[in-house]
Each structure stands twice: as structure tokens, then as C-alpha cells.
Design a protein around this ligand. Structure first.
Ligand code: PMP
Ligand code: GLN
Length: 387
């Protein structure tokens, strides 16, 4: 009975780094700059909308594709921010967070042996989703200091087995936002090799310094082959609600729904009308959210630089990546495992998001979606590192 019962497909996946580091932070009382969740809830009127839905009979199964008002709100959001025409009845699927959309998409679209190209460092659920579908992960590495996409490497990674490009922009954990030339190159490769594209855009509203996010689906030739995934967790600071969605041509959405039906069938009925209301918030909400997070980015980046890290200022997301070598360390995993106990702060080592472990070994990610005094206290504690 000593042998693990875990199926071979899932061997090596273990506990997610986010759960591991949050548990370590709890155990040691450390400030948690590891797992990415805000320490301030989203808009109170959206919480009230959810309470109202709970009290007015929205408590039974929602339709599998999502409640009509949320599907409509997602379609209107795509039109309002990106000029995309989306049919709410056939081109939107509401999911249990972006995580389920990613898993359902991979389960629906990948056959055993198919290759899925993913930018590395990759968000951990990509590796798990590809493994659960029996596919093969093929990484295309984004490298420090600027984490740009090497389009030659992307082209070189394509084989006869490639079926899907799995893209993430704004990119977790590096904070890179793919620029127009990079997005055009991805689109060109996808069209040339007739690939499907899954694009994870959960940080679509978190870009800084005037950098803008443009969905890959809006590029020439992309609409019919692209599934765009996002989540209310990030944009409205309700990560625990787990309301996400996938948008794309009807044939792709139908395929993903086929898998989703048998994973969860349907998601968070009373939360869906509240998120519909959130998506329709006026521009000041979105601008305010971005401006607030940009100031927090600057606060944490400056503090980490003062402590002595090499800091790679992110263009988007709520994470900043640092290199720990200037402080005399080079193993990010060992560094992050000892940090909570010794310095009272938790962070995430990049290495776990790479196949090319050497590329991520000395990199560490910090979340800045925290109150200013929490960020200041973390920097104060880390200050002892340089002494
Ligand atoms: N994709 C990326 C890039 C993420 O950072 C996250 C986590 N926040 C998710 C997907 C998962 O989102 P959700 O919590 O909506 O499942
Ligand atoms: N997306 C969050 C992060 O990158 C974590 C979500 C999770 O714990 N799975 O920190």
C-alpha cells in the first residue's frame, strides 16, 4: 500500500506552490506576498447585489452556460473595451473561475499525444490541465530581464503534433504584457499552422504606464480559432467567488461546454448576477483599480530595490519578479521556504513554473495587491536581509 494511488498522468503535480506557501505563511504568521489575492474586498455594491440574489431565489442550478444577464454582460464588456462582437447565447460560457475554463478547454480540445505550446514560466494549472488531458507540454521560455517573447523560439517549437498555443497576457508571473509585434507573431504562427489558441487574459484590466492590453482574438485570422479566458476574481477583487468565463466562436465554446458539463455542470448561481452588475461598472471603477495597483506596484518595487534585489518592474498583473542573486542567494525555492520563518514574509519561487529550471532558479515573485501598510511592513522585515 506504499505506492501512491495517483494516476501516472498526474505524477509529479503534488500540492500547488500557492497552497504550500499560503500554508507556510499561516503557520509562521508571515505576511503573505505569495499567493495572488487582494487583502481588500471588491466594490460593496457588488457584494450587496450577491446578497440580494441569495435572498431572492437565485439559489438553484444556473443554466450550464451561465445566467443570461452575465453572458450578456461579458459580451457587452468585450464590445465596450475591445470592439469585439460576441453573441451572448452561443459564444460565452461561464465557468468556475478561469481555472475551470482552462482545464475544461484543455480536456475538450487536447487528445493524448497532442502538443500544447505554453509560455514559460507558466501558470501552474496549465501544466496540470495539459497532463490531465494526456497532452504534452512544450515550453517557450520568456527570459529575464525583460521577459519578451522570442518569436524564433516560438516558431522553432512547432511540430506536426502541435495543436494548441496557450498564451497568457498580461503574464503571470513575469508581469510582461505582449506587445503588438509579439501578438502579431503569435497570430501569424497560429494561422500558418492552423492551430487553436487559448488565451488567458485574467489580468486584462491590470496594465501600467499606459501599456494597453489587446486580446489576441482581435487580430486578423484569430477570431475563429481563439478561446479567450478571463475571471471576475482579478478584475473585481473577488478571488474566492470563482466566477470566470470563456469567449470564442460557437464551435469552440460548445466543445468547452461539453467538458464543463461533467466537471461542475454549472457555477455559483447567486454570484453570477452580481458579476454581471460589476462588469457594467463605469470607467472610473476600472481606471481607479488600475491606478491604485500601479501605485502599489511602485511602492513594492521601490522597497524591494532598496532591500537589494534586482527588480524587474512589471507592465501588468499584480506581481513583481526579482532576482535574489544580488543578496547572495541563488536558489529561489530554498530562499522562499526559509523566508517566512526567518523574515516573516512569504513569496513564490519562479522555478516551479519552468521546465528549464535554470532559467527560473534565482527568480522570486511578490504580490503587491495588499494594503500599503502591509507592503511597508513586509519591506521593513525584508530590510534585515541586506544587513
Ligand atoms: N490564470 C492566471 C494567469 C492566474 O494568475 C490565475 C489565478 N489567479 C488564474 C488563471 C485562475 O483564476 P481563477 O481564480 O478565476 O480560477
Ligand atoms: N493565481 C494566483 C497566483 O498566481 C493563485 C491562485 C491559486 O492559488 N491557484 O498567485
Amino acid at each position: 500500500m506504499d505506492k501512491s494511488p495517483l494516476a501516472a498522468r498526474l505524477s509529479g503535480l503534488g500540492t500547488t506552490i500557492f497552497a504550500e506557501m499560503s500554508a507556510l505563511a499561516m503557520r509562521t504568521g508571515a505576511i503573505n506576498l505569495g499567493q495572488g489575492f487582494p487583502d481588500t474586498d471588491g466594490p460593496p455594491e457588488i457584494i450587496e447585489a450577491a446578497v440580494k440574489a441569495l435572498r431572492t431565489g437565485r439559489n438553484q442550478y444556473a443554466p450550464g452556460a451561465g445566467v443570461p444577464e452575465l453572458r450578456r454582460a461579458v459580451a457587452e464588456h468585450q464590445q465596450r473595451f475591445y470592439g469585439m462582437a460576441v453573441d451572448p447565447d452561443t459564444e460565452v460560457l461561464v465557468t468556475t473561475g478561469a481555472t475551470e475554463a482552462i482545464a475544461a478547454a484543455l480536456l475538450a480540445l487536447v487528445d493524448p499525444g497532442d502538443e500544447v505550446l505554453a509560455l514559460e514560466p507558466y501558470y501552474d494549472s496549465y501544466a496540470a490541465g495539459i497532463a490531465m488531458a494526456g497532452g504534452t507540454r512544450v515550453p517557450v521560455t520568456l527570459r529575464a530581464p525583460d521577459f519578451r517573447l522570442d518569436t524564433d523560439a516560438l516558431r522553432a517549437a512547432i511540430t506536426a503534433r502541435t495543436k494548441i498555443l496557450l498564451v497568457n497576457t498580461p503574464h503571470n508571473p513575469t508581469g510582461a504584457v505582449l506587445d503588438d509585434a509579439e501578438l502579431k507573431a503569435v497570430a501569424a504562427v497560429a494561422c500558418e499552422h492552423d492551430l487553436l489558441v487559448i488565451t488567458d487574459e485574467v489580468y486584462e484590466h491590470l496594465t501600467f504606464d499606459g501599456v494597453t492590453h489587446r486580446p489576441l482574438a482581435t487580430y486578423d485570422g484569430m477570431h475563429d480559432r481563439t478561446l479567450t479566458i478571463s475571471s471576475a476574481g482579478k478584475t473585481f477583487s473577488f478571488t474566492g467567488w470563482k466566477i470566470g468565463w470563456a469567449v470564442g466562436p460557437a464551435r469552440l465554446v460548445r466543445a468547452v461546454m461539453t467538458a464543463k458539463q461533467f466537471l461542475t455542470f454549472t457555477s455559483g448561481a447567486p454570484l453570477q448576477p452580481a458579476i454581471a452588475q460589476a462588469l457594467a461598472l463605469d470607467d472610473s471603477y476600472y481606471t481607479g483599480f488600475r491606478t491604485t495597483l500601479e501605485a502599489k506596484r511602485d511602492r513594492l518595487c521601490a522597497g524591494l530595490r532598496d532591500v537589494g534585489f534586482e527588480v524587474f518592474t512589471p507592465q501588468g498583473t499584480y506581481f513583481v519578479t526579482t532576482d535574489i542573486r544580488p543578496l547572495g542567494h541563488d536558489d529561489g525555492v530554498a530562499f522562499c521556504l526559509s523566508l517566512p520563518e526567518r523574515y516573516g514574509v512569504a513569496a513564490i519561487p519562479h522555478e516551479v513554473f519552468y521546465d528549464d529550471k535554470a532559467a527560473g532558479r534565482s527568480l522570486v515573485r511578490w504580490a503587491f495587491c495588499k494594503q500599503d501598510d502591509v507592503l511597508d511592513e513586509a519591506i521593513y522585515r525584508l530590510g534585515r536581509l541586506s544587513n
